[in-house]
Write a protein that binds this ligand. Sequence first.
Ligand SMILES: NC(=O)c1ccc[n+]([C@@H]2O[C@H](COP(=O)([O-])OP(=O)(O)OC[C@H]3O[C@@H](n4cnc5c(N)ncnc54)[C@H](OP(=O)(O)O)[C@@H]3O)[C@@H](O)[C@H]2O)c1
Length: 242
Amino acid sequence: MSELQGKHLIVIGGSSGIGFAVAQLAGLQGAAITLIGRSQARLDQARALLVAQGTKVRELVVCDAHDHTALTDCFSRLPPFDHLVSMIGDAMGGSFLAADMATIEQVIHSKFLTNVLIGKLAAKKLRPGGSVTFTSGTGGRAQHACASYVGNLGIQALAQGLAAEIAPRGRVNAVAPTWTVTPFWREQPEEQVEATRQHFASVIPLGRTAEIDELASAYLFLMTNDFITGQQLAVDGGIMLG
Ligand SMILES: NC(=O)c1ccc[n+]([C@@H]2O[C@H](COP(=O)([O-])OP(=O)(O)OC[C@H]3O[C@@H](n4cnc5c(N)ncnc54)[C@H](OP(=O)(O)O)[C@@H]3O)[C@@H](O)[C@H]2O)c1
């Protein structure tokens, strides 16, 4: 197992939710953190919390990862790093027949194509012994969230292909959470989020939804276990076993 002490971790989407929890855990293990996100205010708030726990924040970078020109420019300014976590991946609901093409294209652009570009750009800056961890998802069916489902399959293929291409210099994996209460749902009314939480708790064999730290610890595990590559780790309470 490698140590995170003194390592440089980039978290794309590290200003809230799961990515922020990854930054917190890695920071507590001695990693220096660079956070990338769209909102300067959210980045500032995340930095304040990280600094308060004694974590070194190297840089805050405002960048919309969906803008591939801006993303390429952002990477050109980053120094070499040891680990990168990507939290990028829009979600949607709807079947292939019901969803409109614009929604399907947006989610494939976000979840698959943007992460392909992140992988290409990260490969050039990754230090030997480093890792890239993408975020996939699980628990849904193709007929319920068609583009999210395809995007998740794409992430799994990306992790496998890139892992083979980068080895032995570095490793590539993905974490697949299922539905979890995070700020991701900030635009939905609280009652709707609570109703969805209750629904998932009733269909997840372990009888509840995840805590954010349970998801974040899976990223830390994949980041520090030097003999795991090309894998997708579902952290989903066994939702697909039903
Ligand atoms: N929560 C769930 O139920 C769930 C389930 C399965 C999978 N996931 C996946 O987990 C990932 C993280 O979700 P979360 O629940 O932690 O949500 P979150 O709390 O909303 O965090 C998302 C993070 O990504 C940043 N971000 C979003 N779009 C971006 C963009 N285009 N460019 C740069 N940064 C961007 C956000 O900051 P800004 O908004 O300021 O940019 C924020 O820091 C997503 O890929 C999501 O699909 C979540």
